[in-house]
Design a protein around this ligand. Structure first.
Ligand code: WTA
Length: 657
């Protein structure tokens, strides 16, 4: 860990403008510090206050935090609420039924607006349809859908009847989908016939059919299909149903089912350093509180804002900052079906101009690729668009390099808009370490300070605090309401993975390395300390890709590492040993392409290795352990300066370099 040193020598500091401070909900550093002090003084009282102010409770809670079964913490356990009621009904009841909830822009640019009243009716109809199909409270429903109003409706409808949803990103393969359906024990699957990307229709129902045919899915009694394109699909009578037909046969009221605050709202699969993806289980009360509260704080959300988060509902960002947070606040948000580069790389800027977006939240990868595009073609440069509606910019998912930050700040935000670099994870439920736009002076590349109530710290391998300026392991010292509750069906994996005994058993281990600035105490994230890669902000376990490669009949052995990449942050590099002799020349090129396609089919296109190198062997110690640090150096094209004396087969390095 001592190898992690501060890489941040960033002298630029951007203090928030007086006007921004004056209008902000958390106005100035003193206000931020007062909230932190409140949490430090009375931790439970602080969270209880926020939970009462932010959410509507069907049965008020008396208990706040229960640590008796640590690390299986509970929050607001004796309280009851319904997430969908909080996201829809209460706004309509408060007289905001005509407020636009979703401005949906399709791939082809067509725009649909849905008010809170409409959305409530659509969610209620679909909730009734799920009930009619026999889906009950506590059942799991897998949602495998494009970015769509229907996807959000499906999530909210599950929440309304107390079913637990598990959304699977529409880019995942049939095999990945199958594994998730089986692991979560789904009884129903909601999908679409096809999805539209870059003007092209891509199959979803066909992949879902394949996934369900792979076995282990007998519990899935219903497949509900949204008709997005009308493209040709297969149909299994009795099992398959059109979403619109089911919904239209139903009434547009459906009483929300109150659930306990700890009831699992959803399970979302994410990659870890070992084993198959894990189902991160979230609660209802604590999760929803934080999704709403963080949007208010981090983006200083106000009722007039037009919020746009460009994430997909298949990831945690799309859960917290599309499907739940904005709706819980009664916000108006843009939801986008397409991609930032089609019909051209000006799409984001054009949409911000068109919808007068005020709060914009995207990933560093997208920013970096749009920088490149606008350098190459002035027509797609943000300067060509009217972005004056923007008020606050955000980033998420990976570290943002200071150059990209400055470009975003100057060219998109016109030097007016604070950038909130939000550090968080699938497991944390919502933002954890982030600037507050009307308070925190910004330093490019740093996610700055923990939100009030979040006890983030940096420790060494034994769980001891390290001084500022010294790198270490990022942990959270106290439980918080939106934290992961369990790894679905694997409590041991939850306990040992997130609260390892080596750190004392009570610290939440984030899996990232970090350092705090000597003077300001600001956090900078240095990336994962485990075998998890971050490619375009997507988490991928190296183990998962290795298993996919060795599942190919030609492959004997494979090792996967990450390499820094200008656009995607990290790129996947695979070292492969075939059962046959090592291929050379054209044959190696062809085999590499085949294996890339194979990984795309096994996991999904996001996991395809950028670079595949063949060797007769892998660099191993005499005890047979693959020396990954050597592979990382080889992947980067670095000269090997490490000690290779323990290496069984030093000659292999020439083959793989
Ligand atoms: C990384 C995405 C640096 C980090 C919300 C974390 C970040 C992982 C940032 C979680 C950031 C996320 N700066 N790194 N602002 N935000 N990360 O679960 O490595 O898909 O552990 O959640 O992304 O990825 P996940």
């Amino acid at each position: 860990m001592s190898a992690i040193e501060s890489v941040l020598h960033e002298p630029r500091v951007f203090a928030p403008a007086a006007q921004t401070v004056a209008n902000a909900t958390v106005s100035g550093m003193a206000a931020y510090e007062a909230l932190c002090a409140e949490a430090a003084r009375d931790y439970e009282g602080f969270w209880a206050r926020l939970a009462r102010e932010t959410l509507a409770w069907h049965t008020p809670f008396a208990k706040v935090l229960d640590e008796s079964k640590a690390p299986f913490y509970t929050w607001f356990e004796d309280g009851e609420l319904n997430a969908s009621y909080n996201c829809l009904d209460r706004h309509v009841e408060a007289g905001h039924g005509e407020r636009v909830a979703i401005i949906f822009e399709a791939d082809d640019g067509a725009v649909t607006r849905v008010t809170y009243r409409d959305l409530l009716a659509r969610v209620s109809r679909f909730a009734n349809a799920l009930k009619q199909r026999g889906v009950k409270k506590g059942d799991r429903v897998v949602i495998y859908m494009p970015m769509s109003i229907e996807g959000i409706v499906a999530m909210q409808a599950c929440a309304r009847i107390g079913a637990t949803h598990s959304v699977v990103f529409g880019g995942f393969s049939s095999k990945s989908l199958n594994e998730r359906v089986v692991d979560v024990g789904a009884v129903a699957l909601v999908t679409a016939d096809e999805q539209m990307r870059r003007g092209k229709a891509l199959p979803l129902k066909r992949i879902a059919d394949e996934a369900l045919a792979m076995g282990g899915c007998d519990a899935v009694h219903s497949v509900i299909v949204d008709r997005r394109t009308g493209g040709d699909i297969d149909w299994i009578e009795g099992r398959d149903h059109w979403m619109h037909e089911l919904a239209h046969a139903q009434g547009e009221t459906c009483a929300p089912e109150p659930v306990g605050a700890e009831h699992p709202l959803f399970v979302l699969y994410t990659s870890g350093s070992t084993g198959a993806p894990k189902g991160v289980q979230h609660s209802t009360g604590g999760y929803l509180l934080w999704a709403a509260q963080t949007l208010k704080w981090t983006f200083d959300w106000k009722p007039d804002d037009i919020f746009w988060c460009t994430a997909d509902i298949g990831w945690i960002t799309g859960h917290s900052y599309i499907a739940y947070g904005p709706l819980a606040l009664g916000a108006t948000q843009v939801v986008f079906e397409g991609v930032p580069t089609w019909p051209d790389e000006g799409r984001f800027w054009q949409m911000i101009e068109k919808h007068k977006v005020t709060l914009f939240y995207t990933a560093p990868t997208a920013i970096r690729s749009l920088i490149k595009a606008s350098d190459a073609d002035a027509a797609v440069h943000p300067a060509r668009y009217d972005l004056s509606s923007l008020r606050i910019l955000g980033t998420v998912g990976e570290p943002i390099n200071p150059e990209a930050w400055i470009w975003y700040y100057e060219n998109v935000g016109g030097k007016r808009c604070p950038i909130v670099d939000t550090w968080w994870q699938t497991e944390t439920g919502g933002h954890m370490i982030t600037p507050l736009p009307g308070a925190t002076p910004l330093v490019p590349g740093s996610c700055t300070l923990p939100l009030p109530g979040i006890m983030a710290a940096i420790v060494d391998e034994t769980g001891q605090d390290v001084p500022n300026g010294q790198g270490g392991i990022l942990v959270v010292k106290r439980p918080w309401p939106a934290m992961i509750r369990n790894v679905w069906g694997q409590p041991e994996r939850y306990q040992s993975g997130y609260f390892p005994a080596e750190l004392g058993g009570t610290l939440y281990l984030a899996g990232d390395g970090s350092v705090r600035d000597k003077d300001s105490g600001y956090f900078t994230i240095m990336g994962r300390i485990d075998d998890v890669l971050n490619v375009s902000g997507h988490r991928l376990g190296t183990m998962e890709i290795e298993s996919a490669l060795v599942a190919n009949p030609l492959v004997a052995e494979a090792a996967v590492v990450g390499r820094p990449d200008d656009t995607t942050g990290e790129a996947v590099v695979a070292f492969v040993v075939l059962k046959a002799t090592r291929p050379q020349g054209d044959e190696a090129v062809k085999l590499a392409n085949d294996l890339r396609a194979w990984v795309g089919k096994e996991i999904g296109p996001i996991a395809k290795p950028k670079d595949i190198r063949f060797g007769e062997n892998l660099p191993k110690t005499r005890s047979g352990k693959i020396m990954r640090r050597l592979l990382r150096s080889l992947a980067k094209g670095e000269a090997i300066t490490q000690d290779v004396s323990t290496l069984e087969n030093p000659a292999i390095l020439d083959q793989l370099g």
